[in-house]
Design a protein around this ligand. Structure first.
Ligand SMILES: *Cc1c(COP(=O)(O)O)cnc(C)c1O
Length: 422
């Protein structure tokens, strides 16, 4: 792609964008000084699909009209409501329907998966994680290690980039997995890494983990709705993700969970159980013996919150119509344009720490900019631009292909240029 640093070029890219109509399906927050915000925080909280309100209202109306009968006689009966999302979720992450379910929240699902798939023995007890992983993941992993009777400082192995490098090399992760060999129980990585924006080669890492006799799980908080995923083919053992970042389902909405088909009927796996994971045919016989559903659904605990599912349904329909292939295609162009424009800023002003290789990233670039990042963000906010900041000095910019325009990216870098020259 040959980019140009002109408003005309950004405009023409928007004109020829085959996904441009999707922007109108979202509420774009208004800037305080008029016009739309330049919103680059879709990796933190995605914007509201216009249909979300209608879908939630439908369920409020059915509740008002039908009371408990809404479970069976609502427009979209609540009893099987989560099944409305199964096929769209499967397509989103490259899975079979039996491998996915929407339930609970992200950290809860991470715990449920680790109860079943982190099964340390005295010899094989190590977990390989990213150094400086998202705090909730660190707490979850350390508490699981202790729960299983091991010591975090003995069992958790962290990956750090080579000296002078900002991101990890696949060959180094693979080498580490081989080195840990028979002591390794689980490879547990975020994908995309929330801070650096680096995407890992999940297929290569799953293969390496299996070769070492270990399992591979991924936290796709920054990957679902962002990366082109093929979890089934890549032989990932399990994955979890939230739906409020790229997936635009609203603050704190429900999370996704993937369990590979080969584990679908491993009844001997230990798991924390609840009635929604029980055989649908006999669930309401209220028996005392737990009879788990095959596949990911068997890990459900409670009957799910319908209003949340309704908002997520509105969003997933957009992803399903646009398709992840097209979303990623535009995402690469949009992120590539951001990268091109940042590279045109005065030398030394901006360092991009996200990999340059498009195969190793999604729609986020992590930046280090000269000057005080908090002051910069404040000025950006005054100008109606939302990016986000992570301690100690990282600014994350995520142009979301479903609602960001090339012109948004152009305007953002124009403002950064004023700072670079100040
Ligand atoms: C956003 C995010 C979380 C948040 O967890 P919740 O349980 O949804 O609050 C956890 N881990 C990673 C890597 C994240 O990016």
């Amino acid at each position: 792609m040959k980019y140009q640093n002109t408003e005309l070029f950004a405009h023409s890219m928007d004109e020829s964008d085959t996904l441009k109509a999707y922007r109108t399906q979202f509420h774009i927050p208004p800037a305080s000084k008029g016009g739309d915000m330049l919103y680059f925080a879709g990796n933190s909280l995605g914007l509201q699909p216009r249909k979300a309100r209608e879908y939630i209202n439908q369920e409020l109306d059915d509740w008002a009209r039908l009371g408990v009968e809404g479970h069976f006689h609502g427009k979209h009966p609540w009893l099987p409501y989560h099944e409305n999302l199964t096929e769209m979720t499967a397509r989103l992450v490259g899975a079979k329907p039996i491998e996915v379910v929407v339930m609970n929240t992200l950290t809860v699902n991470l715990h449920l998966m680790m109860v079943s798939f982190y099964r340390p023995t005295p010899k094989r007890h190590r977990i390989l994680v990213e150094g400086g992983a998202f705090p909730s993941d660190q707490y979850a992993v350390a508490s699981q290690v202790k729960f299983h009777g091991h010591q975090p400082h003995e069992s958790i192995v962290e990956l750090w980039p080579r000296k002078g490098e900002a991101t990890l090399r696949t060959e180094d992760i693979v080498a580490k997995i081989a080195e840990l060999g028979e002591s390794l129980s689980l490879v547990m990585l975020g994908n995309v890494n929330y801070l650096t924006g680096q995407a890992f080669d999940m297929q290569a890492l799953s293969e390496a983990a299996h070769k070492a006799g270990a399992l591979a799980g991924f936290n796709l908080a920054h990957g679902a709705g962002n990366l082109l995923l093929n979890l089934h083919e890549w032989n990932v053992d399990f994955a979890v993700w939230c739906s409020y970042k790229y997936l635009n389902a609203g603050p704190g909405n429900l999370a996704g969970c993937f369990v590979h088909e080969r584990h679908a009927r491993e009844w001997q796996l230990p798991r924390f159980a609840g009635w929604w994971g029980h055989n649908k045919k006999t669930r309401f016989q209220m028996g005392s013996e737990f009879d788990p559903l095959p596949g990911a659904e068997g890990w459900q605990l409670s009957n799910p919150p319908i209003f949340q599912l309704a908002a997520l349904r509105a969003s997933l329909e957009i992803f399903d119509a646009a398709t992840m292939t097209e979303i990623r295609k535009k995402g690469d162009r949009l992120t590539g344009y951001l990268e091109f424009l940042l590279d045109e800023l005065p030398a030394g002003y901006c360092t991009i720490t996200t990999p340059r290789d498009v195969a190793q990233r999604g729609s986020q670039l992590s930046l280090r900019l000269r000057g005080n990042p908090k002051e910069l963000l404040k000025d950006l906010a005054d100008k109606g631009v939302i990016c986000d900041f992570r301690e100690p000095d990282v600014i994350r910019v995520a142009p979301a292909p479903l609602y960001n325009r090339f012109m948004d990216v152009y305007r953002l870098v124009k403002i950064l240029g004023e700072h670079a020259h100040a």
